[in-house]
Ligand binder design. Structure first.
Ligand SMILES: [Fe+2]
Ligand SMILES: [Fe+2]
Length: 186
């Protein structure tokens, strides 16, 4: 994959603030990949594509989800959850990314799921803790990355589920499965 070309494409497709977020997630993902012995090349690719569909119109997102037979439960949840799976199809169809782990890291970066791979966890965590994030509690999440990738993923999914519950918005089942997986390991 030509990183320079993909970066130019992202710059054209995304508003500046989102493009800059993507670059920060990519740097964070590469740093975590080095720390945890995950492929830096795969981490970079997944991070670059993770939000490529973030500004795609929701009708178009819906059409892709249906056409690609992505998880039908997504359609009854908020469209914020749709850009991950659609981003994976864009990476595959327009940029010839074939690696299933990279595609799944893009696909599940918003919801998480049970049994995530190292790469999936790494992208989920990098997206949440990149240096531009400033929500309450982010510093604590950043500190968990010093322990292990699992501690970081655990802290991030707890934070996400709690955030949604406090807002009284529905939580996608894959996120609950991820949350339960960590709780039940204890
Ligand atoms: Fe995203
Ligand atoms: Fe993101």
């Amino acid at each position: 994959m030509d990183v320079e070309f993909v970066t130019q494409q992202l710059k054209q497709r995304l508003p500046l603030a989102r493009f800059q977020h993507v670059l920060r997630v990519t740097e964070t993902a590469k740093m975590l990949a080095e720390r945890y012995g995950v492929s830096i090349v795969k981490a970079e690719q997944a991070a670059l594509f993770h939000d490529i569909a973030k500004f795609t119109d929701s009708d178009e997102l819906r059409q892709v989800l249906v056409k690609e037979k992505e998880d039908p439960r997504l359609l009854s949840f908020h469209h914020e959850l749709w850009h991950g799976p659609v981003g994976a199809t864009i990476a595959r169809d327009e940029f010839a990314i074939e690696d299933t782990d990279i595609l799944n890291a893009i696909r599940y970066h918003t919801t998480g799921r049970a049994n995530m791979t190292f790469l999936e966890k790494l992208i989920y965590v990098a997206d949440m803790i990149e240096p531009g994030r400033n929500f309450p509690g982010v510093e604590e999440l950043r500190r968990t990355t010093e322990k292990s990738l699992d501690s970081a993923m655990e802290a991030c999914i707890y934070h996400s589920v709690q955030f949604l519950v406090l807002k009284k918005v529905p939580v996608f089942p894959d996120s609950i499965d991820c949350y339960n997986e960590y709780l039940m390991k204890k």
